[in-house]
Design a protein around this ligand. Structure first.
Ligand SMILES: [Zn+2]
Length: 60
């Protein structure tokens, strides 16, 4: 009975968010802080750094 069917217990895959580094302190403690809509209609994700407590948006 070693032909046990493998349980699909790895379905809860961690959602990987591609977080940018803080451009000021290179910190990883960044959180999403809304988004900006530029004049050309493109949406830019805003981030908040908890270390320097500043918002920034990664240059695309
Ligand atoms: Zn920072």
């Amino acid at each position: 009975m070693d032909n046990h069917p493998s349980k699909s217990n790895s379905c809860s895959e961690a959602i990987k968010i591609d977080r940018p580094l803080c451009p000021r302190c290179q910190g990883l403690q960044v959180y999403k802080n809304g988004s900006n809509i530029l004049v050309d209609g493109s949406i830019v994700q805003r981030w908040f750094c908890q270390q320097c407590r500043k918002t920034f948006q990664p240059s695309a």
